[in-house]
Ligand binder design. Sequence first.
Ligand SMILES: Cc1cc2nc3c(=O)[nH]c(=O)nc-3n(C[C@H](O)[C@H](O)[C@H](O)COP(=O)(O)OP(=O)(O)OC[C@H]3O[C@@H](n4cnc5c(N)ncnc54)[C@H](O)[C@@H]3O)c2cc1C
Length: 397
Amino acid sequence: MAVDLAHDPDVAALAERTARFVREVVIPVEEAHDGVLPSEAARVELQDAARAAGVFAPHASPEFGGHGLDMRARAAVFEEAGYSLLGPIALNIAAPDEGNVHMLERIASEQQKARYLAPLAAGDVRSCFAMTEPAPGAGSDPDALATTATRVDGGWRIDGRKWFTTGADGAAFAIVMARTTGVPGDRGGATMFLVDATNPGMTVGRHIPTLDESLFGGHLEVEFSDCRVDDDAVLGEVDQGYRYAQVRLGPARLTHCMRWLGIARRAQDIAVAWAAGRQVFGSRLADLGMAQAMIADNEIDIAASRALILRACWELDRGAPAGTEVSIAKTFAAEAVWRVVDRAVQLSGGRGVSGDVLLGRFLREVRPFRIYDGPSETHRWSIAKRTVGRHRAEQAR
Ligand SMILES: Cc1cc2nc3c(=O)[nH]c(=O)nc-3n(C[C@H](O)[C@H](O)[C@H](O)COP(=O)(O)OP(=O)(O)OC[C@H]3O[C@@H](n4cnc5c(N)ncnc54)[C@H](O)[C@@H]3O)c2cc1C
């Protein structure tokens, strides 16, 4: 099967502009703030600069002020944006807003697009995606979903507790996954709801202290208690939430891989610059075999991640479900990015764990990626089940 890896000249030019913007405008802000955006005002300032540089919202369709890139083109541009921890938020392609824009474009009604998607794509508001719940609720296993939405006069009543809702602090609205059929433990049916943060039934609670800090708005607990919404708050169709979650999660898993691949490349660049200049035992560090092995293994991990991401993007762009390809790319990239940053720290010696370079910050930021968007074990389990299923089907023929 032929896979064309060449990017269209317009996409290559946008990726190049993004790389320049990230180096000249974003990295100075990132380095001044240890990779953590200090305020909402700083977000607005970076996004204004991205607009001026012509690199804002590459994922959104032109109707909503974006460049309308397909998944393969996103791979080129998002990797460049991800070269800095703050590049994605500058371009308005950080999680969870980027995934929410993608899903709203595909599922929302015209009225919902005008009310929620337009300001989100423009960077005027932020959003969050509330699916995961404290145990025994939904986590790796979505069928454990315990938050309920029940029919009431003129709409719905949502009750339940969510946590790890990224970006909830300051978000204008949440996309909430709630059970509308069945009981926790069976699949039943789930529905997605658009809930305004001003709704008195939605309470944004504790910031969960985590290893990572660069995703803007933090990771929060959110409670829905007698939360009343109208029928027009239903996103798509009732009981189709699990299907829509796949519309969001497949691409969102890949875009996370793309952004973190940018950080892996940055870590490698920092480590190689050090190894090329550092003299140890009468030799350049970069000329010693064990250091060369780490440099080469980093290149291999980066190249292999990029190839797997592109392969899965290509499948999605041609309309295939790509579940296995996305799981393979996500599992490999999440683990490869960790290995690359870890080796970069090692190559850099004491400087690697110091606050003088951002490698320690990168290490903390990439570690949770092996857990969110599906832990590695969940993806391996699903890849294995599909593989064995295919084998059985072949045997039965
Ligand atoms: C930084 C961060 C940001 C997040 N942001 C969001 C967000 O914005 N919105 C949202 O809804 N959720 C978010 N999450 C939640 C995330 O999606 C869940 O943490 C993830 O799905 C795992 O669920 P869990 O934490 O309940 O772990 P559990 O379900 O308790 O799983 C624990 C461990 O079990 C293992 N495991 C899982 N499946 C299998 C298997 N089949 N076989 C063997 N072992 C297995 C894995 O090692 C897994 O880590 C975020 C999480 C983190 C860490």
